[in-house]
Design a protein around this ligand. Structure first.
Ligand SMILES: [Zn+2]
Ligand SMILES: [Zn+2]
Length: 198
């Protein structure tokens, strides 16, 4: 019997949560998990409390973006549920079925979430470097096992740091080679001058 990893376990739960979404366009689920692997809150895409759902009255489309603006996104609903329950989201992980939009990304960061694992990529996902700059680890679930095989237990942050170190090392080599070339170019001239003296 192979047990699912914690990431698999919580992503599976987020996928189940997504099924409760009320917008026809995209069903999204989110689970907030504390450092000690306890579920803090769950959220799915749905209308403002007490308001009609897209499923019943149709989507409310923003003409500029073409997106549905009737629903509160899953991530924001999860943070809102945690707030209503008085549960801290500090240092927690957000498992989402879809990579967060910018609004949700910003909300998750400011709610103290330090790791975001998403199942599927949204059309405009926040990128790794942006997340890194915010001190957040952003992980595409489907690439997780592959990434682990490639990089061991490194986080994207570790990988970025390692790649940066590599670049710095490469620049040092280039600078070193240039110094070396100059020394080599100078050396034969000195040697020939020495030979002449002999
Ligand atoms: Zn909708
Ligand atoms: Zn969102």
């Amino acid at each position: 019997m192979t047990r699912p990893s914690w990431d698999e376990y919580f992503i599976e739960i987020a996928l189940a949560v997504a099924k409760r979404s009320t917008c026809n366009r995209k069903q999204v689920g989110c689970v907030l998990v504390s450092k000690n692997k306890h579920i803090i809150a769950t959220g799915y895409g749905g209308s403002i409390k007490g308001q009609p759902h897209c499923l019943d009255v149709g989507c409310l489309i923003d003409e500029k973006t073409g997106g549905c603006i009737r629903t509160v996104h899953a991530e924001m609903n999860a943070v809102a549920q945690a707030a209503r329950n008085g549960a801290s989201t500090e240092d927690s992980t957000a498992y989402t079925t879809l990579s967060p939009c910018y609004w949700c990304f910003k909300t998750l960061v400011n709610a103290g979430i330090t790791r975001i694992v998403y199942f599927e990529e949204y059309r405009i996902p926040p990128d790794d470097f942006e997340a890194f700059a915010c001190g957040v680890e952003l992980v595409h679930f489907s690439r997780l096992e592959e990434a682990r095989e490639k990089h061991g237990k490194e986080t994207p942050k570790d990988i970025v740091l390692r790649e940066e170190a590599k670049d710095i090392e490469a620049l040092r080599h280039i600078a070193g080679d240039r110094d070396g070339e100059q020394a080599q170019q100078g050396a034969p001239a000195e040697a020939s001058a020495g030979e002449e003296n002999r």
